[in-house]
Write a protein of this length. Structure first.
Length: 228
């Protein structure tokens, strides 16, 4: 389990977040997320997973691997239509092909096609560069930073929002930035902790904290104050 370090002893709710992390870690064990054989595969997956289930992303990734197109230069050499056909299982494949091409164009122009060079850019500067790319929003940018580049930034998704709202740890509605700041204030910057904590919240959301019919019985967070 990644080591949790408390950052702000005076911040309300910090104890609850630490307890969440400990309980979820004990219940689910290590998550080994984000799956991917290479950094580029992780980045591609972060874009393809928009508005679809991960099982669909896996099919698209398999197509790219079979075509030998899961490398920066190889994907860059594909026509946009060819790329769209390969990633068809991920849904919204034409739009996602545009997004992948936009990222590749940025990578080439700004960093000479080098992911290593890109990830040497300071976190907040690189975040702003990523957000300026067509089709990359906050969750995708932060997934690229955390899971692809090991930058210490917390990824907020629908599961995170739902769980924290139901346990009355954030106001509803809260912005992406407000939710992210809850973690950044209360946890010392640590990519391994942010990585594992987010993955644990996703697992909790998938198994228990469902959108319409939450399964509170048996949830590792069942004993914490909450509302449905």
């Amino acid at each position: 389990m990644a080591t949790w370090r408390r950052r702000d002893r005076g911040t309300r709710g910090s104890g609850a977040l630490r307890s969440f992390y400990r309980v979820l870690s004990q219940h689910f064990g290590p998550q080994h997320w984000w799956p991917g054989d290479t950094t580029f595969e992780i980045l591609v997956g972060a874009i393809l997973t928009q508005n679809t289930a991960w099982t669909n992303v896996e099919k698209a990734i398999a197509n790219l691997k079979q075509a030998g197109a899961l490398r920066v230069r190889a994907m860059g050499a594909l026509a946009e239509g060819e790329l769209a056909e390969l990633i068809r299982p991920s849904g919204y494949y034409n739009q996602k092909a545009q997004k992948l091409k936009a990222f590749l164009d940025y990578l080439q122009r700004r960093h000479g096609g080098s992911l290593r060079r890109m990830f040497r850019v300071p976190t907040q500067q690189l975040r702003q560069e990523l957000l300026a790319i067509h089709g990359i929003g906050e969750e995708t940018a932060d997934s690229i930073l955390l899971y692809g580049g090991n930058h210490p930034i917390f990824v907020v998704d629908a599961y995170t929002r739902r769980i924290l709202e139901r346990h009355q740890m954030i106001p509803a509605p809260a912005s992406y930035q407000q939710i992210q700041e809850v973690f950044h204030r209360q946890v010392a910057p640590s990519a391994p902790v942010y990585n594992e904590f987010h993955a644990l919240l996703v697992q909790t959301g998938k198994q228990h904290c469902l959108k319409s019919e939450p399964r509170c019985a048996g949830c590792p967070l069942e004993g914490f104050p909450h509302r449905v």
